[in-house]
Design a protein around this ligand. Structure first.
Ligand SMILES: NC(=O)c1ccc[n+]([C@@H]2O[C@H](COP(=O)([O-])OP(=O)(O)OC[C@H]3O[C@@H](n4cnc5c(N)ncnc54)[C@H](OP(=O)(O)O)[C@@H]3O)[C@@H](O)[C@H]2O)c1
Length: 345
């Protein structure tokens, strides 16, 4: 296949990672990127990791102009912007739209509004299918519009999914810690180096926005309309990556063989999730599309702990979006995604 793709909002951190992956993708023949602030600059002037790869320049085209004639349009815009441009993007008639923002991830309108407020394009939400690639796999084949999950939400759901058939005594707790690149390219008080470099703090306490998609998916998997897993989000003193640990109690005793069987049933056949026999380390996944996962059961058979490590910009964003594109278009799932990460880092 020779795909012509465009990344709208290519000047941000997610856009940069996505461009890196698309420029190495064997089925992609042409890559364009738009930016309002960087139009006219070479991609490598903004994203130094691309300097040897392309001399393409950022376009200042509107979303409609940039989407016309494209096989795939990726939206890497700040939250709320995708809803503003969705109609014109669909109107341009691209083959596939992949949105990396939260705008179209949640089908339940009340749940969406509780976390994000009024939706600017509610009529477009049902066009999108949720793109948790490592779980949905071939179910994404033929999708025309995909909402790629959030980075914390990806880690949380990879930990939760194997537990969907194990009755739990209460809502699972999801302790996660993220690097500063999760907050995007524009500097903020909480991403300023002196405030972040040697610091750890909780944020969005009892109400992180990614709870909405985690809750919606978990309710679907467990068929329990009241189930409410809780994300406890923390800021960590590093740039890239998410480390998340799930803690739950089983209703009745579960032996470790059953948990390992559940992990292997969920991921043993999947290319990018590795079930480990020891807890993962964050630096082992950075720069790659791999998620590492480990589960353990306490001596009473009821305490369960599952840890996941992933790169927020690759598995949690650009890599997952490319994987979802591959699945939607019937390409090799791993195409363009098998490059290793960087270690040590
Ligand atoms: N960072 C992560 O770890 C992560 C992971 C998963 C998902 N996400 C989601 O992915 C999206 C992008 O994240 P990010 O971290 O890359 O954010 P970012 O660094 O803030 O980049 C967003 C970019 O969107 C551009 N933009 C906004 N409106 C635009 C428009 N109408 N046309 C063209 N460009 C436009 C802005 O560039 P200009 O000002 O130049 O136009 C900005 O650089 C967000 O919705 C975020 O929630 C982020």
């Amino acid at each position: 296949m020779t795909l012509r793709v465009v990344v709208l909002g290519g000047g941000g951190y997610v856009g940069g990672e996505l461009l890196r992956l698309l420029l190495h993708h064997p089925d992609v023949s042409e890559v364009l990127a738009t930016s309002r602030s960087q139009a006219g600059k070479q991609l490598g002037d903004v994203h130094p990791q691309l300097v040897l790869r392309t001399d393409v320049r950022f376009s200042g085209a509107t979303p409609a102009e940039a989407s016309r004639g494209r096989d795939v349009v990726f939206l890497c815009l700040e939250h709320g912007e995708s809803s503003q441009v969705a109609a014109e993007v669909f109107g341009a008639g691209p083959g596939l739209v992949v949105d990396l923002a939260a705008d179209f991830r949640i089908q339940d309108r009340r749940l969406y509004e509780r976390y994000y407020g009024r939706h600017a394009a509610p009529e477009s939400v049902s066009r999108f299918t949720y793109g948790l690639a490592d779980v949905r796999g071939k179910d994404l084949h033929g999708a025309l519009a995909i909402a790629a999950p959030g980075c914390f939400a990806t880690a949380a759901q990879l930990a939760l999914y194997p537990l969907r058939t194990i009755a739990l005594a209460g809502p699972p707790a999801l302790f996660g810690i993220t690097g500063s690149s999760g907050a995007g390219v524009a500097p903020k008080p909480t991403t300023h180096h002196p405030a972040r470099a040697h610091n750890v703090f909780a944020y969005s306490v009892l109400g992180h926005r990614h709870d909405a998609e985690i809750v919606e998916q978990w309710r679907g998997w467990t068929h329990d309309p009241d189930a409410s897993p809780r994300l406890m989000a923390h800021s960590g003193p590093f740039v890239r990556g998410i480390y998340l640990t799930l803690y739950a109690h089983a209703e009745s005793s579960v032996d470790s063989g059953r948990l390992h069987a559940a992990l292997n049933e969920a991921y043993g056949h999947r290319p990018f999730v590795r079930v480990m026999d020891h807890p993962p380390e964050l630096t082992h996944v950075l720069g790659s599309n791999v998620a590492l996962i480990h589960g353990a059961v306490g001596p009473d058979g009821r305490e369960i702990q599952i840890s996941v490590a992933l790169d927020n910009l690759v598995k949690g964003a650009g890599g997952q979006a490319v994987q979802a594109m591959n699945l939607a278009l019937g390409l090799e799932e791993t195409a363009g995604l098998l490059a290793g990460g960087v270690f040590p880092c």
